[in-house]
Design a protein around this ligand. Sequence first.
Ligand SMILES: [Zn+2]
Length: 432
Amino acid sequence: MFWNPKIECMPLDELKKIQYEELKEQVTRLYETNQFYRERMDSKGVKPEDIKCIEDISKLPFMYKQDLRDNYPTKMFNVPNNQIVRYHVSSGTTGKPTLVGYTRDDLEYWTDALARSLTSAGVGPDDTLQVCYGYGLFTGGLGLHYGGEKVGATVLPASTGNSERQIELMMDLGVTAIACTPSYFIHLIDVAKKMGVDFRKDTKVRVAFLGAEPWSESMKKKIEDATGIETFDIYGTSEQAGPMFTDCECHNGIHIPADIMYVEVIDPDTEEVLPEGSKGELVVTMLKKQAFPLIRYRIKDITSLDYSPCPCGRPSPRIARITGRSDDMLIVRGINVFPSQIEYTLMQIPEVGDQYMIYVTREGALDNLTIQIEIKPEAFSDNMEEMLSLKRRIESALKKYLNIAVTVELKEPGELPRFEGKAKRVIDNRVI
Ligand SMILES: [Zn+2]
């Protein structure tokens, strides 16, 4: 099902022409009017007239998160203030936040991208969409809200929190679609279970749009097995606009509408552009954004590109499920460890529940990786022998996959913290 079949099914070579025209216009405008972009381009010796095809994008300089911080709050904006109709603010873990401004058209492109995504999952006027992303400065709530209304669905702006009420509303209003972080959805599954609610029998929810944090393929399977709900992986960051893109009904990668965004994958260390299929850091260029443009922005998410034809009929490139961020990669005893690898391994072990926490500490010169894991109620036992053998089995599975020794601490069901927004499962206590 298509929201905008003309654009969504346009052959790639035609899309490339659109991409080139948009890029050329954007770069010319930025060079003429925006000091940051002009200085950055001059420092690389590149002028707007050097862009003669979309592939020439590789001549342009990169943009970094630090650029956004250095130019906070509005120095990156490229329209007069009277054209800005909304702000969103993303909280950085370090330093200043990032302020993103939107013109009316910027909101329209964002909403249109979401309308395409929701339609590809079969969501339309007959659906009720419960948005359990945070409303406010975070982009998740309002983004999905406007996307849902655009396709004619009835939107329930539930936001986060009050989980029992969320489940009651889901049942009372016959909610068919839900959008939230995967960790919050897992929490909702837990709460529903405690309330004696079975997603299959007692609710009409059939699709869930989960994102805003990396989650693994095995987590997806676990959620789908527990609820019978088809899950879609939704992607987008506040710098781009907010949540925008999902995988289609074929579930083989997140479609990136090529008329809105140009994607590259680079080696994070050398900044060299990598070929299709190679894993690296995503670099995005927003082709239509007016208020807060992004040219070759290093978004830090780790993925790969796929241009092979998708059976759904959309020729747009797809990005693989985000497996982490190049800056949330932990280096433990000199070995690169992604939290997503840990999650992937844990979710293969049937006794392991949905909650875990990762701690990194340093004793003398030695790093220690400790993982606290909640065990499923049915697997939890008072028999010390049994628990010790399970602990050793998990430690050995992790060591095999991560190439590093890990200490596992088993926790009783319900003992670890729950997250309503983005999960914060990694605590690095090393003083470096
Ligand atoms: Zn597809």
